[in-house]
Write a protein that binds this ligand. Sequence first.
Ligand code: SAM
Length: 283
Amino acid sequence: MSPTDREHLAIIQARAMLQESGVWSVEDDLSCLVDRFIERANKKRALEEFMLAVQERCNRIPLGHVIGTVDFDDMPLVVGSGVFIPRPHSRIIHKWIQSSAELRPDSKVLDLCAGIGAIGLGIARRRPDFNVTCIEFDPLAVQYLRRNIDRLSYKGVQASCLQADIRDEQAFAHFTHQIDLIVTNPPYVPQAQELLPEWREHHPQSSVYSGADGLELIRQIISLADQALVRDGWLVMEHGDGQAEAVRELFRRSYLTDIQTVIDEDESDASGNSVMTIGRKPQ
Ligand SMILES: C[S@@+](CC[C@H](N)C(=O)[O-])C[C@H]1O[C@@H](n2cnc3c(N)ncnc32)[C@H](O)[C@@H]1O
């Protein structure tokens, strides 16, 4: 059997294994895995690694953890076991920023619960005039965040990183009334909610869950934003599919105005809808 025949057979086998495992985008995953592990010079070694990777994906290890990178908004970001993998859903925030005429040039931006930095770095890439700080508390995520900030500085993307817990108001004192825009994709899943194994078993609990109703950190962020935002400043928050009404109610009961929820069908997939709620601090 020729090497090409062996690859062809391996890919057929991998497709069947992925289908059997229950992952939701077999062809996308397969094409990434083929690209990463088969298009390589040492074919024997590559095939072996390819099948090991397919095996891991079939064990529901998230694709980003298997291949070690994720392409997000045209940025190749590094990821690894123990940190949250950015989801395409978050591009809803970038699209809003791209189309929003109301953001001041040179805006000061905080990305709260930044993980490995996908949202903040995407903003910094699109708006080099903005001053973006990515804030994350988990030491491992902060390592990846710093790596990604360093990597993308090669492409001229500039952002900074602060390790802080959003429950620690003191850590945010120096941002008081300084910030034009807060973006965030915080943990928002209710503690008892069943999740796919990718998130239930292979993501840190603190990156996914947020108290009994899933809103614990969202409440904290609304309160923090009140302290940090300038008048007219924006709070832009991703959240779960079923939480729009609850989040709008929390926004309404706080100081925020101009509240709206946006759903982006194009960035939604079988793992959930892309949804965010926006509010503005009044004049
Ligand atoms: C859902 S993940 C999102 C990460 C990133 N925003 C993204 O979209 O890829 C939530 C992140 O919040 C971080 N986090 C959880 N609790 C936090 C806290 N109290 N303070 C700061 N970060 C926190 C987690 O470590 C995790 O990286």
